[in-house]
Design a protein. Structure first.
Length: 63
């Protein structure tokens, strides 16, 4: 689904992949809706976390 992205995505990558803005991406990360971690002030997001978020929001399960 997101094979063009690295295993660890940036906020810009996540926003692009989900067709949302960076501010909304930061909101999702700060609320814990999308799991990520910070190195200093920079967010890093596992690609799998973005896929899990999409599946959870669409009420689908991974097969």
């Amino acid at each position: 689904m997101f094979n063009q992205y690295e295993d660890i995505m940036t906020v810009t990558d996540v926003a692009e992949a989900l067709f949302i803005g960076k501010n909304r991406t930061y909101e999702l990360l700060n609320s814990g809706a999308i799991k990520g971690f910070r190195i200093g002030r920079v967010w890093k997001v596992p690609r799998a976390a973005v896929q899990e978020y999409i599946l959870a929001q669409s009420n689908l399960t991974r097969t």
